[in-house]
Design a protein around this ligand. Structure first.
Ligand SMILES: Cc1ncc(COP(=O)(O)O)c(C=O)c1O
Length: 435
């Protein structure tokens, strides 16, 4: 086996040495734990390292794992397609992406004609949505929220409102508005002051005519920031009055994760002009999509827009299976039920641990924010890092998030169970007690 050209060295030292020598600085940088882990396999909501230690994956591999690690139906659908024809470039006909487009359009609000453009990733879909909004409206200026994250490409970075994710060379014509963070937003709790802020920013930092506004229906990397009631619909009204489109980024909040709805924007009854999705759609297989009102997508046909792997049938077969599993296993309902039980346990932890300043979220999109002073709400990055490390000993993988790295984000596979809730609450409790 050792002479096989695809021999894999599973030793920690071997992986560490290869990464060290051959990964670029930027690829090496993003390591959450002090002592890295090598993961070997996953099933459902669990991961195992090379020593057979089991972890509950509360990060869902960066929110990519929606229906559970290596879900047999998703793996089988992809393998069956890969064996038959692994790739069929977008310009040729293939039924699988066409079926997927029909199935995604069917998840959108009724009363509109929806069309789908498949991409390889979320950031590509964001780029496409930016171009689509600018092409359709003929306007350049875009609005985005502070503490947003929309992806690593230059264009997606330009609408990302966290400086540590922004590199030199981003395109311009983006104005940021204050995020309606109900815990520490600059205007305090409420919706109206944040809507007024949109009016002010349109009037002061744009030409008055905008191409669109991007809103994560629940901010993910920003630290699980829900849009308060009336915000999404009010934002859509204001941006449309200025000639622009309302664009919902559902890369993290979609596919039933918030429990109450399949798409996060549905919480506010708003009908977006464009919806961007990725991650959970493929359950780990790379895929993204822009779903747009047909009229909005139409002017893009003037020029070519081609993503080589955009309608890759293997990823599309996986995505079709994901949609079927979400439905057949009632995972949105599970997210609502298990998420509210976990939220209750987090609230209980907050009542006993002063380091927890806030607990928030819905469905299986939850967070605790750590502060060194509850009254001043001083973000506590160090305690967050310490709890994060201690959770590992309790078999929990979480995510340090938010602009101050002071939030522990929980976005597990949607099959997390009630039994897991006990383990998570007890693990977190032990981690806080160990401080
Ligand atoms: C809300 C949101 N939008 C867009 C993206 C970009 O997706 P991708 O990493 O697939 O390019 C991400 C990635 O984390 C995201 O969280």
């Amino acid at each position: 086996m050792k002479d096989h050209p695809l021999h894999t060295d599973w030793s920690f030292d071997g992986t560490a040495a290869r990464r060290d020598q051959y990964y670029s600085a930027s690829l090496k940088k993003f390591i959450p734990f002090r002592d890295p882990i090598v993961f070997k396999r996953g099933r459902g909501q669990y991961l195992w390292d090379t020593e057979e230690h089991r972890f509950t994956d509360l990060l869902g591999m960066n929110v990519c794992i929606s229906v559970g690690h290596s879900h047999p139906r998703v793996v089988e659908a992809a393998m069956e397609q890969a064996r038959e024809l692994t790739h069929c470039t977008t310009m040729f006909y293939h039924p699988t992406p066409a079926h997927l487009a029909e199935e995604l359009a069917a998840t959108m609000p009724a009363g509109e004609e929806w069309v789908v453009h498949l991409t390889n990733s979320g950031a590509e879909a964001i780029d496409l949505a930016m171009t689509m909004a600018r092409t359709y409206t003929g306007n350049l200026d875009l609005l985005a929220l502070r503490t947003s994250y929309h992806g690593p490409t230059a264009a997606a970075q330009s609408i990302t409102g966290i400086s540590s994710w922004r590199h030199p060379g981003m395109p311009g014509n983006v104005a940021f508005v204050a995020e309606p963070n109900q815990y520490r937003g600059i205007f305090g709790p409420g919706t109206q002051p944040y809507l007024d802020e949109i009016d002010r920013v349109i009037a002061s930092a744009t030409s008055g005519q905008v191409a669109g506004m991007f809103v994560e229906s629940v901010q993910g990397y920003g630290g699980i920031i829900e849009m308060p009631p009336g915000y999404m619909s009010g934002a859509a009204e204001r941006v449309r009055a200025a000639g622009g489109l309302y664009i919902a980024d559902e890369v993290q909040s979609g596919f039933g994760r918030t429990g109450a709805h399949f798409w996060g924007f549905e919480a506010d009854g708003v009908v977006p002009d464009i919806v961007v999705m990725a991650k959970g759609l493929g359950n780990g297989f790379p895929i993204g999509a822009v779903v747009a009102r047909k009229a909005v997508a139409e002017p893009m046909a003037e020029r070519f827009m081609f993503h080589t792997y955009g309608a890759n049938p293997t990823s599309c077969a996986a995505a079709r299976a994901v949609l079927a599993v979400l439905r057949d296993e009632g995972l949105q309902e599970n997210a609502a039920r298990v998420g509210s039980a976990l939220l209750e346990r987090l609230e209980e932890l907050k009542s006993r641990h002063r380091a927890i300043g806030d607990v928030r979220g819905k469905g299986l999109m939850l967070a605790t924010e750590m502060v060194s002073d509850r009254d001043a709400k001083t973000p506590d990055k160090d305690t967050t890092a310490a709890v994060f490390e201690a959770c590992r000993d309790a078999g929990l993988i979480l995510s340090k998030s938010g602009p101050f790295q002071s939030t522990l984000r929980m976005v597990p596979p949607l099959c997390l169970s009630m039994e897991d809730v006990d383990q998570v609450a007890e693990g977190l409790d032990a981690a806080f007690c160990s401080l």
